[in-house]
Write a protein that binds this ligand. Structure first.
Ligand SMILES: [Zn+2]
Length: 134
């Protein structure tokens, strides 16, 4: 996967910077951030998905990851990608059950800037991850 230098720079230096104004907000709402190995993957997915407003990241208890871009209506904007960090392929368990829901340890949507408004994010999260918020 090719990630341009400029993009990588933006991603690392500015992408997660929220500024001192948002510290309180940050504490109240836990904000999931991708791990280093996931960042490159997300970047690659986004580059191939112009419609995407974010990437759903699903971590499985075996260490494999499932990801897919979503558009602003909460519809898939890419194929579902499964991968395992530092491995040629996903594990046998995942090959068997395709990353079953019951083995999900963490799931979140990594939003692309400019992020959608809060109400839309909730709608997309509910649709994509089945997270009910009120
Ligand atoms: Zn697996």
């Amino acid at each position: 996967m090719i990630v341009s230098e400029q993009r990588t720079h933006v991603f690392n230096d500015n992408f997660f910077y929220q500024g001192p104004m948002n510290q309180k907000e940050k504490k109240r709402h836990k904000r999931w951030t991708p791990e280093k190995s996931e960042e490159a993957m997300i970047q690659g997915i986004i580059e191939g998905s112009p419609e995407a407003v974010g990437v759903a990241v699903i971590r499985l208890n075996c260490g494999c990851r499932k990801m897919a871009a979503v558009d602003r209506d909460g519809e898939p904007a890419s194929k579902v990608i499964m991968y395992r960090d530092r491995a040629e392929s996903i594990c046998d368990k995942c090959k068997e059950d395709n990353g079953a829901y019951m083995r999900v340890t963490e799931q979140f949507i990594h939003w692309m800037p400019p992020e959608p408004e809060e109400a839309r994010k909730k709608m997309i999260e509910a649709k994509v991850l089945g997270i009910k918020t009120h």
